[in-house]
Design a protein around this ligand. Structure first.
Ligand SMILES: [Zn+2]
Length: 305
């Protein structure tokens, strides 16, 4: 059960959301996480009783309300898209009227609203996922995971929106913290292809074990932000120095080194000092590059400056 919880957690961090826009407007599509948040809300409200998600006004309204909060200007309110495309995630299954899997290939692509007319088919969640979601506390953890991963800067606005606001899960067990940090780690390591952004070191064994860590820029305890723009990959040595505010990138992605380090003192310090002015490795997707707010937060804490 615990493993399943971790797997779904991981899956929610790695939804195939797609990326749209150009330049500074480039962003991940919010549709899939918004649809999942809408479903969680309807479960809280008792609007979804069993494992049966209907395409109805209730779902569309909830989707629209959340979407309004998180959208970028060029995003379109199209709940039919995630209701359809979430099927590619495996846990979201379309079931036709007769109780069989509906032949969704017959629908136009992307689907028109008429394809999804009320009652033609509904969605069933994978049994294991639904079972976890029935537990209110787990549901809340999944909600927090979706928000911290996809909409970390909209946490307050989303909390206000939620009609039935449960208290933030006060007691999160150690296991659940591990699930969240494992999901973040996987996301960051993939984004940086297991390379340290300071020295480029990459050691990955055939078993998949890697020596590189995923580091938060603003710690999760402060930011509740697991978006990839709040993290990067560091080898053990650079992670240690980073956590102690001895090294940090500037707003142009060049390393700054604490004046408390002295290159003549020891070989380790000399190597850290040599980072000064070097370029930080960039992520594979530029939209996951460290956010300016996080960079500034770090820069203001560099020791000795
Ligand atoms: Zn390194």
């Amino acid at each position: 059960m615990e493993t399943q919880f971790n797997q779904y957690f991981d899956h929610l961090y790695n939804l195939r959301v797609g990326v749209v826009g150009k330049g500074s407007g480039r962003h991940e599509r919010p549709h899939k996480p918004v649809m999942l948040l809408a479903v969680l809300d309807l479960m809280d409200l008792g609007e979804i009783g069993g494992n049966r998600i209907e395409w109805n006004d209730c779902l569309r309204d909830r989707f629209a309300k959340i979407f309004e909060v998180v959208r970028s200007s060029n995003d379109k309110v199209t709940p039919e898209n995630p209701f359809f495309y979430l099927r590619s995630e495996g846990f979201w299954q379309h079931v036709g009227k007769a109780g069989k899997e509906v032949l969704v290939e017959g629908l136009s692509n992307p689907p028109r609203k008429s394809d999804l007319a009320d009652g033609i088919f509904h969605v069933e969640l994978e049994a294991g996922f639904y079972h976890l979601l029935k537990d209110r506390k787990k549901r809340e953890l999944f909600r927090e995971a979706l928000i911290s991963r996809y909409f970390p800067d909209k946490q307050d606005a989303l909390a206000e929106l939620t009609i039935v606001r449960h208290h933030r899960v006060a007691e999160v067990s150690a296991k659940e913290v591990i699930a969240r940090s494992a999901a973040f780690r996987k996301l960051i390591l993939t984004t940086y292809d297991h390379q340290c952004v300071a020295c480029g070191m990459r050691i990955r064994l055939p078993s998949g074990i890697t020596m590189v860590d995923a580091a938060h820029l603003i710690p999760f305890s402060v930011s509740a932000n697991d978006h990839p723009s709040n993290g990067f990959a560091l080898c053990k040595n650079h992670h240690w120095a980073f956590d102690r505010h001895l090294i940090t990138p500037d707003h142009e992605g060049r390393w700054m080194v604490s004046s408390s380090l002295e290159h003549r003192r020891s070989s380790g310090e000399a190597e850290l000092c040599a980072l000064e002015g070097e370029r930080m490795l960039r992520p594979q997707e530029e939209i996951y590059a460290p956010s300016m707010a996080a960079i500034e937060w770090r820069a203001s804490r560099l020791v000795g400056d």
